[in-house]
Design a protein around this ligand. Structure first.
Ligand code: GDP
Length: 482
């Protein structure tokens, strides 16, 4: 089979082609304002019939089971009620918002594939920034699961998956239900990775509670599990659409966010012929980086992503376009820039003030914030991050930084194949500076296939088994769905 090259379509209905539950499903006054408006983005992928059915089935299960999660800590006392068919996968948070969105989406797909219910740790995002996605039920882990208790799940946990003898997953000291802790952050080992073996999935099927801590976009690995493969093919005929569909299902802006997003959009971005989003993320401590600015400018000009400026040295033969304050009407491009720095914004603004554009088009640049450093967990900072990911996703085209899950979340939600800026290594401007992405889906950086030792077979050391899994543009070791 080959992946389709279908591009996302204009979808006009509020359910995004049946992806979202009908508004009437939500209790009056509980739903978010953002749900009651027409689709916000330019294009959406069409969900398959199978996915729509699976989501409705999921919602019913979630409504049945979410409220029973409290009994986790009293499972030993209430043996009789134990087998209600409810099984859970719990998402726990690590790193920044982009990381959280891709791991949460991966956990959700796992829940869809295994008939589990996804519950999420209470974090700034899940309690303040996103709406509850499931009508008449909460996805929040009950408060009994304290931050401290969740933190105690780590590489030393007795319940760490594949590091015990598959006998008893319960915590006898507290009388909890049986559970297993899936450790898939950067320091995972060969045993942890056996999560991606069919045999492990057989064993985990009987464990009612799974707590997952991941820092990557794991879901492309699910395609290697033979038990999920046929199901995934039916749910996602178009592989590149996985995050776009599930992300648009899960991540609606809360009312606080929606007010901010619409206010910003109307004030700065609404009047345009074209909206171009640019996200610049650097990781070196000594930023801002002139080389990254140089790279961005080369990327823009070599690929005609924004109009060129005619150098205006004062002797230019080009007449000033206007002698007054009235704008000539040769088209307008609005650029939304996001970065922790203001340097790239300042420099690009200066560039467009330095002379007229060749086309006579006006270019206006806006950047909503520049907080300097990542401050995940501080509400005012996280609000800006989600607003900016969301606003970027409303663009007509995007330029994003490679290696950045912040950028991945923006372009995957948008359904836009971005121009990806390669990571700057050794202060050199990469050549080429950027490349057009082959799909809208995020990159899965450290694919564990190839070195997983499963009991029956080793997963082949070839990540290109499926035509729809290809190397990422920004990282040869990573793979992405295309
Ligand atoms: P990654 O580190 O680029 O993969 O993305 P993450 O989102 O996981 O973590 C980076 C965090 O830094 C974000 O969640 C924000 O808190 C902050 N951040 C990085 N870039 C930006 C930006 O362009 N705008 C805003 N508002 N925050 C940013």
């Amino acid at each position: 089979e080959t992946s389709t090259t279908e591009t996302p379509k204009k979808i006009q209905d509020r359910t995004l082609g049946g992806l979202l539950p009908e508004l009437s499903e939500f209790e009056p006054g509980v739903s978010c304002e953002s749900r009651s408006h027409q689709p916000h983005r330019k294009n959406y992928f069409q969900p398959s019939k199978e996915l729509i059915q699976r989501l409705r089935r999921y919602e019913a299960r979630h409504r049945k089971c979410a409220g029973r999660a409290r009994s986790f800590f009293r499972a030993r006392e209430s043996q009789g009620e134990k087998d209600d068919g409810c099984r859970y996968v719990v998402w726990t948070a690590i790193y920044g918002l982009g990381n959280r969105m891709i791991t949460l989406t991966s956990a959700f797909l796992y829940a869809l594939l295994t008939d589990r219910v996804l519950l999420v740790e209470r974090t700034k995002e899940t309690t303040n920034l996103f709406c509850e996605p499931i009508p008449n039920a909460s996805w929040l882990l009950p408060p009994e699961f304290t931050y401290e208790w969740l933190q105690s799940l780590n590489e030393s946990s007795p319940q760490r998956f594949a590091h015990n003898n598959f006998t008893d997953y319960s915590d006898t000291s507290t009388g909890t239900a049986d559970f297993s802790y899936i450790h898939l952050i950067w320091n995972n080992d060969d045993e942890d990775k056996t999560f991606f073996c069919d045999e492990s999935q057989d064993q985990l099927e009987n464990v009612p509670w799974l707590f997952m801590r991941a820092d990557e976009y794991l879901l492309p690995s699910y395609f290697f599990l033979s038990r999920f493969k046929a199901d995934l093919d039916a749910l996602f005929p178009d592989k590149e659409a996985v995050f776009n569909l599930l992300g648009n299902y899960l991540f609606q802006p809360s009312d606080v966010m929606w007010t901010r997003i619409t206010r910003y959009y109307r004030s700065y971005l609404a009047n345009h012929d074209r909206l171009v989003g640019i996200q610049v993320r650097t990781y070196q401590p000594k930023s801002p980086l002139p080389n990254v600015l140089e790279q961005l400018q080369q990327c823009i000009l070599k690929n005609d992503l924004l109009p060129k400026v005619i150098a205006d040295d004062g002797r230019s033969v080009v007449k000033p376009q206007t002698s007054g304050l009235q704008e000539p009407n040769n088209g307008s491009t609005v650029v939304l820039m996001t970065s922790l720095e203001s340097y790239y914004y300042d420099s690009l603004t200066e560039y467009y003030l330095s002379g007229p554009t060749e086309s006579g088009e006006s270019v206006t640049i806006h950047q909503p914030s520049h907080d300097g450093t990542q401050q995940t967990g501080i509400l005012v900072h996280d609000i800006k991050a989600w607003a900016e990911i969301y606003l970027l996703s409303l663009s007509d085209s995007l330029i994003t930084s490679g290696w950045s899950t912040f950028g991945y979340a923006a372009h995957a939600l948008a359904g836009i194949r971005p121009w990806i800026l390669f990571g700057v290594v050794d202060d050199q401007v990469p050549d080429p500076p950027c490349v057009r992405a082959k799909s809208v889906d995020p990159c899965y950086f450290h694919i564990p296939v190839g070195n997983i030792k499963c009991p029956s077979k080793d997963v082949p050391d070839d990540k290109h088994i499926f035509p729809y899994l290809q190397s990422c543009e920004d990282n040869n070791n990573g793979v992405k769905l295309v």
